[in-house]
Structure formats: C-alpha cells, structure tokens
Design a protein around this ligand. Structure first.
Ligand code: ZN
Length: 384
C-alpha cells in the first residue's frame, strides 16, 4: 500500500508535522508553475521591472521552489498560530498535516467553552496577516538590486494576505466558519449554532463551486468540494458530542462478553466461531487478565502463513495491542477513540485492569439514535 502521510523527523513547538502525499506532489508542481510563468508572477506582484533579471537561466525555477516552500512555511505558521492559542486553552494538538489545500491542525477535540473556538480560529488569520506584514516590511528594507529576494518576499506577502482572507470565509471548517458558529453559540445552543453554520457553509460551498464552474477554476471547485464534504463531518461530530453528553462508557457497553483463553487451540476457536456466530473474542490469560484480541482476520493470516489450526494456540495468533477504555470515561471519548482505531470497538476495563465489557461503534450509534428520537441534548448548554 502506498504510504500517504510522511512524518517530519522533528517536531515544531512539540507538535508532530505530517506531510500528506498530495502536499509532496503540490510542492514541485507549484515551483514549476511559478518557474514557467515567472514574468507573469513578477507582473502581478508589482515587480514587472525586475522581470529580465528574474527570468535568467534556471533562476525562475529556483525562485519558484523558494516561493513554494515559503508558501507552505506560511501555512505551517498559520496552523501553529491556532495551535499555540489552543494550547493556551489546554487543548492538546495531536499533529499538523500539510496537504494540497493547505494545513490542518488536529486537536483532540473542538473547544466548546463559550467563545473559545472563535479566539482559536481567529488566531490563524491573524498569524497570516502578521507574516504578511513582516514580509512587506522586509520587502521595503531590501535593496532593489536583490530582485530574487524581493520576489520571494512579495510572493509571501500576497499569499499570506490571501490565506488570511480565504480562511475568514464564514464556511465550516474554515476559520471564519468557526468564528461564526462560536459567536452564534453565545446566544443559542451549540448544536443549533452548528446546524445554522453548516447550512450556511453548504450554501457557500455550492456558490463557490458554481463560480468555479463558470470561470473554469479547478482550484475553486476543489475547495468547494472539500468544504462540502468536511462540513458534513463537522455537523455529525457536533451532533454526536451533544447526544453523548453526560453518558459514561458503562452506560452503553455490552456486558456479556464471550471470551476465549490464550491456551485454546485455533481449531477449537473456529468451532466456537461457527457455533456462536461470533467473529471476535477478547483473549484472557487465567481468570480475567486481558492479554489480547483474536478475530477471524487473525485466523486468515495464520492460514496464509501455512500454520495449522490444531497445532496453534490463540495466544500465538492474537493481537496483543488492544485498545482499552475505563468504565467511567465519557462515551464521547470512546466515540473519538473508536474513530481513530482500526478495530471499531474498545475493551472496557475496571480499576484493576480486569475485563468487564466491550463498547463498539454500533453501541454508540444506537445511543445517539435513541437520544435523537427522545430529543435529549442541545438544550442545556449554558455551562459550556
Ligand atoms: Zn486556520
């Protein structure tokens, strides 16, 4: 399988930086685009007079590369702006990803405290404006003879201003959309605010896509498409977090868990799977000590490697690394963790690390559905 995300070997302000494959393709493409159209770029940036010295030899391509790198550095600065402010509100940042449409800072969760989201969201465009202003200042301090440096600075200045303005578009999940929702949520329940912001965003996305089609602007169409998809995810996220509010894992988990011992032969496990119509089992060592998880997939892999069912024990083929969650943790935490894990369920443990249940995506979805029908949630947000 092609790896689509590359991690930088260092962290910035303690945050891991991920480079998406689309970013790695966009970078040379952008450098090439600037290189081949250097005179046009110089014209637009108000450096038409330098055109001659900028287009000599491989210079335009080198400058294109510098400009492309500085654009992504600007995007990174924008995301770090969000992150630093987020950290101030005790929100953990998992990583920053750079991809073809810019950057994304992944927070552990979206802040719900009144107004916090707005402050965090506005921090990005403000950072961009500051970078743009710095570039403008440096541009005016750089002697006219340094045409290459001036080109990169002028490019950085323009792109940061565009970045700030574009991100202030009041569409989720862009910064402007977050400010919009957060301000709405000062007066009305968070879920309702999200629904209004989401509807506005979808409208804006359609409008943007429409304009993109008329002007045959692929970039606009792509962004419109991205906003439309992402906003759907945002409103689902808000719905689920509201509906699961106040519920703990042990309210929703399945208690009757069928387990298997690590000593069991795989042939016996296959029989049990057939009999009990159950395809995955937590594996116990002794009475209740959880040591792993075994699924049909593990058996398939074992067969592929040529081992025989009757001569292999469950302990040899199980996955040892099982995602656990405490019984008193919030159901929403479980929802987020399941979303990140491949397994689609978590093992619930008590204080002593003993297995007491399982919680799956289905359990959570069912709870959300029931609460939606009951109309619970959404009304008591004053304390957020
Ligand atoms: Zn932003």
């Amino acid at each position: 399988m092609v790896q689509t995300v590359y991690k930088l070997p260092f962290r910035l302000l303690g945050i891991p930086i991920h480079l998406d494959l689309t970013f790695l393709l966009a970078l040379p493409l952008l450098a090439w685009l600037i290189g081949t159209q250097m005179d046009r770029f110089a014209e637009v940036l108000g450096l038409g007079a330098d055109s001659e010295s900028l287009t000599q030899g491989i210079r335009p391509y080198l400058l294109g590369l510098f400009a492309a790198i500085s654009l992504f550095a600007s995007v990174l600065a924008h995301e770090l702006g969000h992150s630093v402010v987020g950290r101030h509100f005790n929100l953990r940042i998992r990583s920053i990803t750079l991809w073809i449409l810019g950057g994304m800072a992944q927070f552990e969760m979206i802040p719900r405290k009144r107004g916090t989201e707005a402050i965090m969201a506005i921090a990005g465009p403000i950072t961009s404006l500051m970078v743009g202003f710095t570039a403008w200042l440096l541009l005016h301090l750089t002697p006219v003879s340094f045409s290459g440096t001036r080109f990169v600075l002028a490019y950085v200045m323009h792109m940061n201003i565009i970045l700030a303005i574009f991100n202030l578009l009041p569409a989720l999940p862009l910064d402007g959309g977050r400010v919009f929702r957060s301000v709405l949520a000062l007066r009305i329940p968070y879920l309702r605010a999200t629904q209004i912001a989401a509807a506005t965003s979808k409208f804006l996305a359609l409008l943007l896509g429409f304009i993109g089609v008329i002007f045959l602007n692929l970039w606009m169409i792509l962004i419109a498409f991205f906003i439309y998809i992402a906003v759907t995810g945002e409103s689902e996220y808000a719905t689920v977090s509201t509906m699961l509010k106040g519920i703990e894992v042990d309210d929703l988990m399945t208690r009757e868990v069928v387990t298997v011992s690590s000593e069991t032969r795989v042939s016996d496990l296959v029989q049990r799977m057939f009999r009990e119509r159950h395809l995955s089992f937590p594996v116990l060592d002794g009475a209740s000590k959880l040591v792993g998880f075994v699924t049909l997939q593990d058996i398939r892999q074992m067969k592929a490697s040529g081992r025989r069912e009757a001569e292999t024990t469950v302990g040899e083929i199980m996955t040892q690394d099982v995602e656990r969650i405490g019984e008193h943790e919030s159901a929403f935490e479980a929802f987020q963790r399941i979303g990140r894990s491949k397994a689609g369920r978590l093992v619930v443990i008590d204080h002593f690390g003993g297995l007491i249940g399982l919680i799956s995506k289905t359990d959570l979805i069912r709870a959300v559905q029931v609460r939606t029908v009951e109309g619970i949630g959404g009304a008591e947000e004053d304390n957020w």
